[in-house]
Design a protein around this ligand. Structure first.
Ligand code: GDP
Length: 327
């Protein structure tokens, strides 16, 4: 067996911006081995003073909305302007399918060969909580390695958006053009998380429809309580493919940073996120331990079956489990 890596040396390598060391460290973060996890925790703690300087941007959109195209173009614009861009992903479905689509290097042809970019697919095993926690730690390592723009991609279904919104400063929602009917299908929850909405594919034949869709989203947002008191989420049109509107998008991100920074919202959101993550991780650990508890392990299948069949109320079942555990 190979000796465990030394966290102090890994930390030095990451601070020096060594990509090979960064990749190795991320592998440790993603490992399920307890000894690897211990090294990873030590490493993140050591690097904490070097984190927090990046702008953390979450990006969501349904499959086909143009996330990879837009991230490839937007990220390339940013590296051309002197930024260092890391692209990470949260894709909980990868634990079922065994393959990760999001953050796949082949989807971002330019960025994946860009010396000032780092593209990392979603961790491919574990619960959503586990996948998100590992992505968050990876984000911290990337910040310590000097990346100043972190893009965290997630697909526009299920709970993963909330997890990504909880680890980023700004949440960007990519929408497809198409008015009326499609708007009905948009989950209100997504709009509530959005700090910026960008209707993509505003090019060629799609331009008119994209503008119409943007107008509808503006109207929809109007009747919703904004996420921040100092920032009304703008709705813009962009084309990831034609590289249009992406300069304006970056300006809006800067305006968001400046406004929420001045009001204190920016730091407040980060502080709240830190505490929320602590609880999320604690919960994950407890659930893990609970499920492995030998006393409970023997009883759980029967209790679950009883709840599923409606013979036992969930409340009574939870009581029973707590009793078995002596809680
Ligand atoms: P993702 O599933 O959200 O990552 O979407 P992709 O980036 O893979 O894009 C899905 C399809 O839409 C691809 O065929 C892209 O070429 C196309 N597409 C993406 N962005 C644009 C755009 O701005 N304009 C147009 N016309 N097509 C786009």
């Amino acid at each position: 067996m190979r000796a465990l890596p030394d966290p102090a040396r890994l930390a030095d390598g990451i601070r020096a911006g060594d990509r090979a060391v960064l990749a190795r460290a991320i592998t440790l973060i993603e490992s399920t081995r307890p000894d690897h996890q211990a090294v990873a925790r030590d490493l993140v703690q050591r690097l904490l003073p070097q984190t927090g300087r990046a702008i953390r941007i979450g990006i969501t959109g349904v499959p086909g909305a143009g996330k990879s195209t837009t991230i490839d173009t937007f990220g390339s614009n940013l590296t051309a302007a002197g930024h260092r861009v890391a692209v990470l992903a949260v894709d909980p479905s990868s634990s079922r399918t065994g393959g990760s689509i999001l953050g796949d290097k082949t989807r971002m042809a330019r960025l994946s060969v860009d010396a000032n970019a780092f593209v990392r697919p979603s961790p491919s095993s574990g619960t959503l909580g586990g996948v998100a926690a590992r992505t968050r730690e990876t984000m911290l390592l990337c910040e310590a390695a000097g990346f100043d723009v972190i893009l965290v991609e997630t697909v526009g279904v299920g709970q993963s958006e909330t997890a990504v919104a909880d680890m980023t400063d700004l949440f960007l929602v990519l929408m497809l053009p198409g008015a009326g009917d499609e708007l009905q299908g948009i989950k209100k929850g997504i709009l509530e998380l959005a700090d910026i909405i960008a209707v993509n594919k505003a090019d060629g034949d799609g331009l008119r429809r994209a503008r119409a869709a943007a107008a509808e989203y503006r109207a929809a947002l109007h009747i919703m309580a904004p996420r921040s008191a100092v920032w009304a989420p703008p709705v813009m049109t962009i084309s990831g493919l034609a590289n249009e509107g992406l300069d304006t998008l970056w300006e809006q991100i800067g305006a968001f940073r400046a406004k929420t920074g001045a009001s204190g919202d920016f730091e407040a959101r980060r502080r709240a996120q830190g505490v929320k993550w602590m609880w999320a991780m604690l919960q994950d650990r407890f659930t893990g331990r609970l499920k492995r508890d030998p006393k409970l392990k023997a009883r759980l299948p029967a209790i679950e079956a009883d709840v599923a069949a409606g013979r036992l109320s969930a409340l009574v079942a939870a009581d029973e489990i707590a009793t078995v555990l002596g809680l």
